[in-house]
Design a binder for this molecule. Structure first.
Ligand code: UD1
Ligand code: UDP
Length: 355
């Protein structure tokens, strides 16, 4: 029986892995390795519990740290597991430090690497994620691309072999869990929200958190918009707000900071939001899947199709521009289906089983 090692470590990777893991486990043995990059209950365990993600075989407990130190610890610990387990292939998702460490550890041991969400580029090398994507792609053997743009990006970098256009696993998940969220989530009642009478915000990118002045402008803009904004706050962003004392900006305003929520509640919040304000990659796409106007708080995106379709707009940290778009950005029509047919997870697992 084929043995596939999967490396996950950050919130979006737990979510992305579920359907692929379910498919893989029908015919292969999967070893699930959690690096421990994300570790708070609402950033990790909540997803395993509510979505039924298989229990990790290994939790490497790496935790937080500077880019180099965190990646190095993951690399060393993943390598030990791979030497012990000797998998036939290693599967990584996305563009986090866990992705980079997993791909690097396996490729040095001559274990074939499969990368889900290969080929994405923001063309901004100041983002740690862009470095992770480029390196992971260039050492991967199978490159599972969600979009034609991703395929083209790889070809432009001279990657000719191993490219598979399969669609986006997050679309598969949004189709399935979008329905479940409608049925099961009580989050609107809990927060006293009416559909389409609030905006939903998330912020966690280094450009919007480590650059404290940017975070300050974003919070001031949210307050000045006068909109009711629900803001499930990433621990990185919470830390900066608390450390720098930015709570004053939002005290007494319509901005409601809440702890990060589980996937099912988050999908419900997304589907019912009037607009979404975010710097997240995954949230931009989910807004698109659910036809919710998205204002992306960055000057680049990997998901350019969402911008091309008119449902996503990039607005850098600029108060006037942002206030204008918060009130004026109202796309119409149906977003096109650009992220596959809802079976990307199946295609990925099928390809892996033919190794
Ligand atoms: C990481 C990924 C990013 C992804 C995001 C998903 C990298 C370089 N970045 O960013 O691509 O979009 O995950 O959410 O891999 N923290 C906690 N508890 C946790 C996790 C983090 O308190 O459970 C705090 C720590 O202070 C930590 C900071 O958040 O230093 C940043 O965490 P880290 O995993 O390094 O980066 P993210 O911003 O989460
Ligand atoms: N998400 C969630 N709870 C939250 C915020 C986000 O479940 O409080 C989900 C969201 O639905 C999406 C994923 O987390 O599937 C996005 O993760 P994140 O924004 O942390 O990372 P990125 O996609 O930018 O890498």
């Amino acid at each position: 029986m084929l043995k596939i090692a999967t490396v996950v470590g950050a919130r979006p990777q737990f979510i992305k892995s579920l359907l692929v893991s379910n498919e893989i486990r029908k015919t292969c043995r999967e070893i699930l390795i959690h690096t421990g990059q994300h570790y708070d209950h609402n950033m990790s365990v909540i997803f395993f519990e509510e979505m039924g993600i298989p229990e990790p075989d290994y939790n490497l407990g790496v935790g937080s740290g500077n880019q180099g130190a965190q990646t190095a610890q993951m690399l060393a610990r993943i390598e030990s597991v791979l030497i012990e387990e000797k998998p036939d292939a290693l599967l990584v998702y996305g563009d986090t430090n866990s992705t980079l460490a997993g791909a690097l550890a396996a490729s040095k041991l001559h274990i074939p690497v499969a990368h889900v969400e290969a080929g994405l580029r923001s063309f901004d090398k100041k983002m740690p994620e862009e470095i992770n994507r480029i390196v992971a792609d260039h050492i991967s053997d199978i490159l599972f691309c969600p979009t034609q743009t991703a395929v083209d990006n790889l070809k432009n970098e001279g990657i000719a072999k191993g490219i598979e256009l399969v669609g986006d696993v997050m679309y598969d998940l949004a189709l399935r869990f979008g329905r479940i969220a409608e049925e099961r989530s009580d989050i609107l009642n809990k927060l006293g929200l009416q559909p389409k009478e609030y905006l939903l915000a998330t912020i966690h990118r280094s450009a919007n958190t480590d650059e404290v002045k940017n975070l300050k402008v974003l919070l001031e803009t949210f307050v000045e918009s006068g909109e009711r904004i629900i803001f499930p706050i990433h621990p990185r962003t919470r830390k900066v707000i608390d450390d720098i004392g930015l709570n004053d900006i939002i005290d007494g305003s319509h901005i409601r900071l809440i702890d990060p929520v589980g996937y099912i509640d988050f999908l419900k919040l997304e589907k019912n939001a009037a607009k979404i304000l975010t710097d997240s990659g995954g949230v931009q796409k989910e807004a698109f899947f659910f036809a919710v106007p998205c204002i992306t708080l960055r000057d680049t995106t990997e998901w350019i199709e969402t911008v091309g379709s008119g449902w996503n707009i990039l607005v850098n940290v600029d108060k006037e521009l942002l206030l204008n778009q918060i009130s004026e950005f109202n796309p119409s029509g149906e977003p096109a289906r650009l992220f596959g047919d809802g079976k990307a997870s199946l295609y990925i697992a099928q390809r892996l089983t033919t190794l």
